[in-house]
Design a protein around this ligand. Sequence first.
Ligand code: FUB
Ligand code: ZN
Length: 656
Amino acid sequence: MDKSRVTTYLSLNQVAVNDLFWSPFMERVRTKVLPYQWKALNDKVPGAEPSYCIRNFKLAAELTHPELDYGVPRDIGFGGMVFQDSDLAKWIEAAAYSLAWHPDRDLEQTLDETIDIICNAQQEDGYLNTCYIINGLEKRFTNLKDHHELYCMGHFIEAAAAYYEAAGKRKLLDAMIRYVDCVDAHIGAEEEKLHGYPGHEIAEMALIRLYAITRDEKHLKLAKYFIDQRGQPPLYFEEETRRNGNAFYWQDSYIKYQYYQAGKPVREQTAAEGHAVRAAYLYSGMADAARLTGDQELLGVCKALYANITKKQMYITGAIGQSAYGEAFSYDYDLPNDTVYAETCAAIALAFFARRMASIEPRAEYTDVVEKTLFNSIISGMALDGESFFYVNPLEALPQASLKDRRMGHVKIERQKWFGCACCPPNLARIIASLGAYVHSANADAVYTHLYLGSEARFSLAGGNLKIKIETRYPWEGQVDISLVPERKTAFTYGLRIPSWCGSFSLKLNGSDAAYTLRDGYALLNREWQEGDKLRLSLDMPVNLMETNPHVRDNQGKAALMRGPLVYCLEEKDNGTELFKLHTGTPHEFKVNYEKELLEGVCVISFTGKREKDWQDDALYRSRAEKEYEDRELKFIPYYAWANRGGGEMRVWINR
Ligand code: FUB
Ligand code: ZN
């Protein structure tokens, strides 16, 4: 690993976002999603499935401290999924991020009161999982494979770290340190401990985040143990099953172990397998561990897995997890558009993985994917009013198929208010609320700008303060204006990502052509910077007609439209039904129009394509005849904004 290339992202406290595109999303999360989710966690959304989340914590606190009375009947039982606690953790994390860029006393008070309840549920020895506190502590740590105790712990560590970083308060952080102590006393390499690891990953990256705060080697050691113990023979999950009688959910399946990325030790893995969120969370933890320890072998594994995902198993939208069976990866080049799973959480997990890889080495192949997921498969998960959500993000939707074809029952054509398994909405909230921490990264000698968000960053470099201001109308326009304001003249390398979708660009420094070198998709300017230095990056942003590697059978003979980082789609609302009859035709003269009133303001692409004509008779088949087409004006909207004008057909890939 080339240590001189390793950088650290600027934190949320260092970057104030003020962006044409993203600020409305962030505001939506703050003003709509967080309050709405808070109601959902408290079972106060009429017509939505109850979450039971807060109720579980109150009940667990009452059972732990009988003198407490939160008004929850003590015999009411645990509600929701075994991992229900994680929804609250994700909400706290997102709320904490929002406090970093929008201080809010009421929200902070709600957080403090909620953290009090959580801490009141904590056991003497630090244990903290409401499912087992309510259902029987004697069974804790008996089903690491499926019961998510370590997953919930991971999410709570992330929440605690976020709140500590945003508000400087450490009550939840201290509680989590105690919980980790408890887990560490029971699980690990030592003879007397359980030689297990989480069935659903996230604790790996969370423990490394905790280690960055505590510098307690125990936290790093446990993270590394969880990574390297996974898949080692004799397989812990088999032992656990024998000992405790928990059946294998995937007993007779080819993903029996692979679902948990436990088919073999992680260092022997070369292709992404199993449950997509689990997989990408694991790889994120592995990347963190490799970065921190300089573990070259582990980094090599991360690179191989990253290449497998992004070159063979990722949709053009950045979505991953093609199969509803196991919410999982399937096999190379299998990218069905209609039976697709593409869970919102999985795209978020891939963004986490790619972002971490970029901090090890600034390469556009990583940050392109961060951008691709964010602009497409992540925000497609949320309605533009912030009040309904997709769990599954298809690239092709047909209302009657969603209704009557079992293979597509999971594909909804309208976003839903809430879910019994509500993992995606709070996950969306936490990534959108933390976007400021995706913009720049730096080390002692270099600063890199990865995402072009209107923003102002202030941080220290080489002993002095540096401000970087970005102004842009990205992704609608490709011009990015950057002012650098160092406290005093400072020499450093400034790297600007040149996105892979951009065929040509120009870079001016103070009005003249800038001298730069290109390395791994970054334009590097190595010079002494001074106050008043201004860069103008102009990225050509034509409409690109994309095609897929011929190995992908579902996209044979089809094309998709992209402009900048955005993938486009056809919707029934603009183009009528039976979108499968539409063809691009040729040649293409694309018209790009910014429609201010449409879908909160979007660039729309239109051009004259073709529509196959209906036959004169009602025959189902006929011998080969010349096909007939009529001209049709085709109108494309950004994919993320589909299904915001009622349900209907949608299609990303259209016939060529
Ligand atoms: O198991 C916890 C979460 O629920 C997963 O990450 C999602 O895929 C959903 O299954
Ligand atoms: Zn999810």
